[in-house]
Design a binder for this molecule. Sequence first.
Ligand code: ADP
Ligand code: MG
Length: 626
Amino acid sequence: MAKKEFQAESKRLLEMMINSIYTQKEIFLRELISNASDAIDKIYYKALTDDSLTFDQDNYYIKISADKESRTLTITDTGIGMTQEELENNLGVIAKSGSLAFKNENELKDGHDIIGQFGVGFYSSFMVADVVTVVSRALGSETAFKWQSEGADGYTIEATDKETIGTEITLQLKENTEDENYDDYLQEYKLKEIIKKYSDFIRYPIKMDISVQKPKDGEENEFIEEVEEQTVNSMVPIWRKNKSELTDEDYENFYQEKHYGFDKPLKHIHITVDGMLRYNAILYIPENMPFDYYSKEYEKGLELYSSGVLIMNKCADLLPDHFSFVKGMVDSEDLSLNISRELLQHDRQLKQIAKNIKNKIKSELQKLMKDDREKYEKFYSAFGRQLKYGVYSDFGANKEDLQDLLMFHSSKEKKLITFDEYVSNMPEDQKYIYYATGESNERIEKLPQTEVVLDKGYEILYFTEDIDEFAIKMLMKYKDKEFKSVSSGDLGFEEENKEETKKEQDENKELFDEMKNILSGKVTDVRVSKRLKNHPVCLATEGEVSIEMEKILQAMPDNNQNVKADKVLEVNINHDVFRSLKEAYSNDKDKLSLYTNLLFNQALLIEGLPIQDPVEFTNDICKIMN
Ligand code: ADP
Ligand code: MG
């Protein structure tokens, strides 16, 4: 029979499975059982929503049977089955197409990462089997089909007979090696152990033929061995169990079984609500950021069940965007099975559940911050940015909810602190919450504008992400304290020597006016600086747009308004350079122009802004060297 080829990406994945040295090969059983359970879910769901079908609970099960003689393991289910097309399309193609493209060759080598990251499902059977045979008959179909593959070079498919609807997957186990005893997967106790570990909560019975010793009739101390069909799993879904019965490992296994993430979850949240509103939920905060998290491909959402039946894979309405990293499921008796996506959006119960969940996530994160700061920081480094987006988006509708979850690096503490911590450490006379923006903590530390604020003994929060300043503009205040950039024109100090500043400004008015002229269109003003000590000049801003925001807006692909910050050139009149400026003003106007342009360009460089004409700048430097 002619072999058909696998799609290129599938082939690659298969090769990886076949050669895998992944240590937890036993998970193949979890994958096959999970597929079987999904297939029964589908037929169950159909029966519930289609009157022409009936669903008799007793007829639906998964069966695992081992044949030691032929060294085969068979997984049978009474689920919805697959048509010929479905066999070809579902088993020859990777569902999460494109996922391999992200990995480099090294990571691909042992497949460890892939197996963990993408939950390769059906293909994992090739970790333990040389030959995989799938016989399936789809609901509503008279004929069955047999799909068979010995690995990466392809598969065959042909018509066959099967009496009942459902799927039967037979694995011809690999030969034992020094490292791996594949015969383990034929042992009753081993199979039971694996099923208990990973699939205990599957809602349908997982049956096995177990040999038991029975007392022989009439004879004492004599037994005969009999084979008895037993259900191995407890069938109680994990979310219906009591929290006290469950261990961290149970939650982790569920997370992995469901492919919610490739990592170990950082935290799980088990919610049981009974009363006017009834639902169970198990939510997870992942430890790591999914590779596509900040891309358009990422889809938020929770699995939604109605009385134990899965009705939606990713219900987006259950999660606000700012908590889109949360994974997990919700089961409610109050939701109708037949509800359409459109109706669901407006469902009052669902809205209530979503609100509940949102509050719960928030309070759990707050608790984590309080009880385990290190863990919280780990979480924050992965998803903090999303929280800041949350503050900023929807016109700040969620800012109150989120402000206490934010943290920024502190100039004083040299670590991340919260606004609350900042405010409670403020000296009496401090009016504002000060922040400085820049590419990194190191760069911010060197900003001349920070000097005077630090001299006052005030703490500065470092903003190093694009979103930071936008989020803060939306927040405006925290506990009645306004936020203020160290680069803002007015730092808001009690002006001790207002008079003096005014005098200095007046004394140098003509010089500053001349400089302003020279820089016309580039700055809105030239002023005496009160914040500089070691630097001759710096830039301050007036108005809504800061220099950092200008950078971000300029970098945006659809930037066509050319938004610019209103910049003020501040001059340190105690600096030697200022004397040169004054001299040039009195004696040599060309020189004044040269110096002014140079100083302005220097200020731009310190801020990390581009110089308009770099060639002119270097020529200017050469001029003063001559
Ligand atoms: P996933 O379960 O994530 O979709 P798998 O590789 O585990 O990925 O399975 C691929 C697809 O093959 C499933 O989505 C399903 O359509 C089909 N499939 C696998 N096993 C069965 C089964 N026992 N019965 C019916 N369909 C199945
Ligand atoms: Mg699967």
